[in-house]
Write a protein that binds this ligand. Sequence first.
Ligand code: GLA
Length: 743
Amino acid sequence: MNPESNIIAKSRWLNQAKFLFLFVLSSAAMLASAQEAHKVITIETRHNAMALQVGANKRVSMIYFGHKLAHSDEYANIPSLRRQGTDPSGIANSAYTPAGSRNLLEPAIEVTHANGNTSLDLQYVSDQTQNEANNVSTTSIVLKDPVYAFTVTLYYRVYADDDVVEQWSVIKQTEKGNVTLHKFASANLYLTANSYWLNQFHGDWAREMQPQESELTAGIKTLDSKLGTRTDLFQPPSFMVSFDKPATEDEGKVLLGSLEWSGNFKIDLEVDPTKNLRLIAGMNPYASEYSLKPGEEFKTPAFLYTYSEEGKGNASRNLQRWARDFQIVDGKGARLTILNNWESTFFDFNETKLAALLKDTKKLGTDVFLLDDGWFGNKYPRNSDNAGLGDWKENKAKLPSGIGYLVKEAQNNDVKFGIWIEPEMVNPKSELNEKHPDWVIKQPNREDYLYRNQNVLDLSNPKVQDFVFGILDNLFTKNPQLGFIKWDCNAVIYNAYSAYEKKQSHLYIDYVRGLYSVLARVRAKYPKVPMMLCSGGGGRVDYGALKYFTEFWPSDNTDPLERVFIQYEYSYFYPAITSDNHVTDWGKQPIKFRTDVAMMGKLGFDIMVSKLNADELQFCQQAIQTYKGFSDVVWHGDQYRLLSPWQNDLASVLYLSEDHSKSIMFNYLVSNRYDAGSHLPIPLKGLNPDKRYTVKEVNLYPGTKSAINETLIFTGDFLMKVGINPVVNAHRASVILEIDEVK
Ligand code: GLA
């Protein structure tokens, strides 16, 4: 063989080897992508699962949501069994529906790229799951546009034991200029059933959490808020969806969802042409186009949900447990009972009056005295709600010796001192408004328009954030013994305009981010101090804010009859330990009824102690001690709703300790009709059938006798199948029973 043919043979051999190598490589890649193409990603909790499938076209779709299957390889069979009609787009069940390419329905995300193009396609790149402690894990799925340098990562944080999932997305672009986000959902679920029943809540001041249930019909039903602040005034971001039929307390398939965001929200529930339910939840894109720089990330708030096939009660216990274990501040800790002065004095107080109230706090037996609105402002004294907001210095006429004196007086009386602030707000009649008009949200060229005589400060501005943080920080620096904060937020945003923002459409979102950044600073420096989240009642009750608070004020409506309903509905989403319930002079019920209602949560008082007669005072004093004896069960136990006030003469609610040894049953008459009351025994729930229990009545009014035979011993089996009669009637309109294991 001549050298030349030798070289040719060698190169032929080399070429063949190269071909073989490339063939093996590309086959491997094809195999990998074929596997990838059918890959099913499951997001599993203890009982439930969501299955996401990577399609042949690399688009990720949701193929299952419900009780988890025993064999995860069977999820892939589900799509072929459905005959619901056609989806010409092929992406109606997208795990995160992009707008502008083939989508025909409500999108989860809509953008304008740096070059002005408005299309988006999202294809699977990778996924991974990271395990954390306590049965918590986070799965992330990276999606990328094949044409643009634009990615979305979907996050699913699973709290397996609680059957709870938090879902959010992180949007990132590395294009050659800014990209505009027009819509940016947190979650996009695709749910399948024969029918869907939405339980939503509406309200207004003093009318929070009014439930309404209806069947979802074809098209979109939207739950939203555009109020900017105090965003839950008309509607909170919490809701339930039942599948196939309305779920009851203990039966039926139901999803409880909520957005962890204190700003504008939008939750779309779209029954699509194939009769599936597309649930898209996130910050409201209304007036909120967001410009994203190259390399910048946009993180959405979490959409929180739990799913149960054993009715709403089970779902609510899941959420309550999750909140105590993972979300609220000090969820496993104790709480302080309060004497507040708002209803008893309003703005009309001085040092002498407060010193007397501090003595009354001690006499009554609550842990803390909470000084409400009206303690500040000098040039414009805060003697009504039309002046002084923003000027956080003690009013010299009312409090010549300052807050420090009151904190000391509290200490002398062996109680803690708490204080009200509304740091995000400003009255036009204030020194703050005169000094920093540019810190106020309002249109520069339009007539000012106020809500409760006040404007909202521009928390998108870092200087305003510092100011708001400083209000708290100063109070604590001067008074390290301060034991409680009530953080209020009474106004909505009118005339949304920021002198700070370069892009006005960023204001609604940056406001809430600014607020959270202040609250994070507060918590970094003062991790444990109890703080009540208030917003003219329950105008801001969501888990985005509650991450920084120990509790919330459900409503300014403290009429105990109304409260039975309001507290009952909040409890589906929030544990009793977070619900501040105060005994006030609202309503016509006797003090026993008012106190019993307030005990179903975190007990407090807002009454003139000096005006109580001897029996009333003795009753309240004893009630606080009784409450301290069982509050651990109410705060940390499981809640079971036994009778709903909406369908019965009485409401009945039970709290059960984790070890099933003790429960507290609250019963309230809610009807005035002739002979209304508990005619039959009420079956209890959650007890251990094999344990034996005694039943006794607690919190009796002085001089009254119980109608309950305390000597009887019942098995848990009996109490759950037959029940106990609390003997509620017009003469015994509220009854609290304590059920103790016989050991
Ligand atoms: C809001 C709160 C009340 C009280 C007042 C004070 O309405 O909900 O509890 O603090 O503000 O102005």
